[in-house]
Design a binder for this molecule. Sequence first.
Ligand SMILES: *Cc1c(COP(=O)(O)O)cnc(C)c1O
Length: 377
Amino acid sequence: MINFLDLKSVNTPVHDELVDACKRVIESGWYIGGRELATFEAAFADYCGSKYCIGVANGLDALVLTLRAWIAMGRLQEGDEVIVPANTYIASILAISENRLTPVLVEPDVNSFNLCPVNARKAITSKTRAILPVHLYGQLANMPELLTLAAEYDLLVLEDSAQSHGASISGRKAGSWGHASGFSFYPGKNLGALGDAGAITTDDVELADTLRALRNYGSHEKYKNLYRGVNSRLDEIQAAMLSVKLKYLDAQTQHRRSIAELYLNEINNPLITLPCTSGCAAVAYENHVWHLFVVRTALRDELKAHLASQGVETLIHYPIPPHRQPAYSEWYERSYPVSEKMHLEVISLPMGPSLSLKDARRVVEACNSFSGTAGRE
Ligand SMILES: *Cc1c(COP(=O)(O)O)cnc(C)c1O
């Protein structure tokens, strides 16, 4: 079986370095908020081209706490509208509603699956205060146009960069476009910890300070609580794991790109639509780090069954759009046809730093031998 993503084989090549880093932390006797965190924060800020990085417990908290910080700083208030793509992973939307801000769902661009600047502009009202572009599947949203729009309406921009570590446009990376950016280091992400972890990058010193307090009970100084904060800290062990893995991120991204290139060049089946083919302005090499390789087909169940019969594991990102989730039952009646169609048609092929090109060729063959009849015979 060719696994969708084999996490053990992702970490095995750096096993010894991870163990050494872990030992270093154990022997230091210092497990929260120490040198490992500061080292990783500095390295990741530098990697993204941002001034500050604030480690937190996970990617959802990175988004939740940034919006909360802007509320604490008086830049947002309850009821303000935040524009977000309708087809995102639900975390982006949860971060908005968690802060009693109003998520305004916008249909994505049909080629890139990302927030569409034209649709975003149409969704702006007198209450719009922020936009939350999501670099879905590893591809940067159209940040140049979104920043122009944000400047025109004086909107805050929070990037959801959970899937796009290292993706860039004109040399400017995910995490350095918005006023702030949330990252996840969930183990399966392009930069993955060995547990939960997340971070915010920003150039705004006031935001960075506020976030450092919010993640730690709202406190800059022990036993003095400026805000009603939370406990959302990135611990020393995970920070140490991330410092090891950050060194290999670019090489792993190169490998993901080789697999993507193979898929793009060699999957040749009229029943399968490859990502970002004709009519997509955003195909540039650097702007995609291929967190996921997502194809579309009207015969998704049949393709999934066919690939499984050929020993190829696939996943669906994502099967149900946020507005059709019980968590947001007040949105059931709404209609986002582009997003709904995507959720019915998308299927993710195996992709990752440990997938061999040989196995990727078998995935290609399995896709090319799909005739649309599997599961119906
Ligand atoms: C993974 C992910 C998150 C949340 O990250 P966690 O670390 O799992 O909390 C948020 N947004 C997107 C787009 C993601 O893919």
